[in-house]
Design a protein around this ligand. Structure first.
Ligand SMILES: Nc1nc2c(ncn2[C@@H]2O[C@H](COP(=O)(O)OP(=O)(O)OP(=O)(O)O)[C@@H](O)[C@H]2O)c(=O)[nH]1
Ligand SMILES: [Mg+2]
Length: 210
């Protein structure tokens, strides 16, 4: 399976609708893209989805400033109020369904429903506020999902070695950690491939929520 994951499919973005119909030989995989407020979840799904991504963006108002901390994301004018959805077909007829999910505490009650049927999660992190990703990793762990971490490299964010980041995020040695620019399709796809490889590397018996 690893070789099938080595080169993502490209050029499917504006194809005909029929190419998106699931065939009998396709394997459909539900994955979550999670992370704290403003870390780049919508951007990543927008960058890699082969279908026009579904978004539920709303312009933020002054009222929301009390609950969504804009520190580090000053330019941000909208936020996702429900969910992002995107789709990506990998070689080997592996079709990923991606659900961008909010990481703020107040959305915790939604997680049981969001996680149902998911095989894993890509957790986005920002080196300016790594601790904000802890809560998301906790929620994902509680949901019994495997995850990989993708550090979204914002230009003004401090850079650390992979070793330092793994230590700061307290990652299990098995958990993949990748760097990506969420605006870049190839880098975003590579981050998802790291997650899929991690999920598939474990036998069904070992998978927490088969
Ligand atoms: N420079 C840079 N900017 C980015 C990157 N990823 C996202 N952004 C910008 O950061 C802002 C936040 O990105 P979003 O994709 O809206 O983040 P989000 O996680 O979906 O945010 P919420 O849904 O509100 O939690 C946007 O203005 C993006 O254009 C990146 O890799 N580099
Ligand atoms: Mg969003």
């Amino acid at each position: 399976m690893d070789s099938a994951l080595s080169s993502p499919s490209t050029g499917t973005g504006s194809g005909t609708g029929s190419m998106y119909l699931a065939g009998e030989d396709q394997t459909l995989v539900k994955l979550l893209v999670a992370g704290p407020f403003g870390v780049g979840k919508t951007t990543l799904i927008r960058a890699m989805s082969e279908t026009p991504p579904l978004h539920t963006e709303e312009v933020m108002t002054q009222t929301g400033a009390a609950v969504d901390d804009l520190a580090g994301v000053r330019e941000k004018t909208t936020t996702t109020v429900a969910i992002d959805f995107g789709r990506l077909t990998l070689p080997g007829n592996l079709v990923l369904y991606l659900f961008g999910t909010p990481g703020q505490k107040r959305f915790r009650p939604l997680w049981q429903d969001i996680a149902r049927g998911a095989l894993g999660a890509l957790v986005l992190a920002d080196t300016r506020r790594l601790a904000d990703s802890f809560e998301v990793m906790d929620i994902i762990g509680e949901a019994g999902l495997r995850y990989a971490v993708a550090v979204n490299t914002f230009p003004d964010a401090p850079e650390y070695s992979v070793e330092k980041l793994r230590e700061a995020l307290d990652l299990h040695p098995d958990t993949p950690l990748v760097m990506c620019d969420a605006r870049d399709r190839d880098q975003s796809v590579d981050a998802l491939i790291a997650l899929v490889g991690h999920v598939l590397a474990h036998t069904p018996e070992e998978t927490p929520n088969p």
